[in-house]
Design a protein around this ligand. Structure first.
Ligand code: PGA
Length: 256
């Protein structure tokens, strides 16, 4: 791992603004004291964004959303646009998470529109790609990952790749307690880099980050950070408790 590892907590549909304030305070205190050698980001529910953005303003901690809509504004009841996120000071947005694809019927084409809108509005994007268990069993995981990556990046300018992270998250690993085998994570991360180089030009993928996600916790982190060829991790449940999240940051900081 050559770049500073990027550690992203994805709170999903958890925490109130009050709880997020308390959590962020602990992360800020730790960051100010320990100055960890990793990038820290937290992806929070929409209702916690203002609290977290205000709180982390003068710190290097990045705050992001977990979704956005691709239109700028208009009659789209219940949606939040990328320009709205940008205007309130969000740094990034997670797009194409498997839970969005699965429970909210988001297609790769919709995710692509969201990616383009987010980048146009100055946000960094974390694009999630991953195969289901049945796709893995049918030996089409590679095709799924490459297809999702290609569609998500369609029309994205080469100069915007530095704003992109792609998180390889096998669906069956999310919330299961099991991570994918290190060799497979490495293989997938390499394939993602290769396809991005193919789309743009050789070496283009060096400016973006490729992450792993799916049941990452303090116990398996050492294996992932020391052996897997990733630029960081996307963490769900283990990012919900501040002590656990801070242990992960501490560990990541020492293993770079
Ligand atoms: P998990 O979630 O760490 O709880 O498996 C990861 C994710 O869904 O991004």
């Amino acid at each position: 791992m050559l770049k500073k590892p990027l550690i992203i907590g994805n709170w999903k549909m958890n925490k109130t603004p009050e709880e997020s304030d308390d959590f962020l305070q602990k992360v800020l205190d730790y960051e100010a004291e320990a100055k960890p050698n990793c990038e820290i980001a937290v992806s929070v529910p929409f209702i916690c964004l203002s609290t977290c953005i205000d709180k982390s303003k003068s710190s290097p901690i990045k705050i992001g959303a977990q979704n956005c809509y691709f239109e700028e504004n208009g009659a789209f009841t219940g949606e939040i646009s990328a320009s709205m996120l940008s205007r309130i000071g969000a740094d990034f947005v997670i797009l194409g998470h498997s839970e969005r694809r699965r429970y909210f019927s988001e297609t790769s084409e919709i995710i692509n529109l969201k990616v383009r809108s987010a980048i146009k509005n100055g946000l960094d994007v974390v694009i999630c790609v991953g195969e289901s268990l049945s796709e893995k069993e049918k030996l089409i995981a590679d095709e799924i990952i490459l297809m999702q990556t290609k569609i998500a990046l369609f029309g994205v300018d080469i100069n915007s790749l530095s704003k992109v992270s792609i998180a390889y998250e096998p669906l069956w690993a999310i919330g299961s307690g099991d991570i994918e085998k290190i060799e497979k994570i490495n293989e997938m991360c390499e394939k993602i880099h290769r396809v991005v180089d193919q789309i743009y030009n050789k070496g283009a993928s060096a400016t973006m980050k490729v992450l792993y996600g799916g049941s990452v916790n303090i116990k398996n982190l050492s294996k992932i950070l020391s052996k897997a060829n990733t630029d960081g991790v996307l963490i769900g449940s283990a990012s919900l408790v501040s002590d656990e999240f801070l242990k992960i940051i501490e560990f990541a900081s020492k293993h770079t």
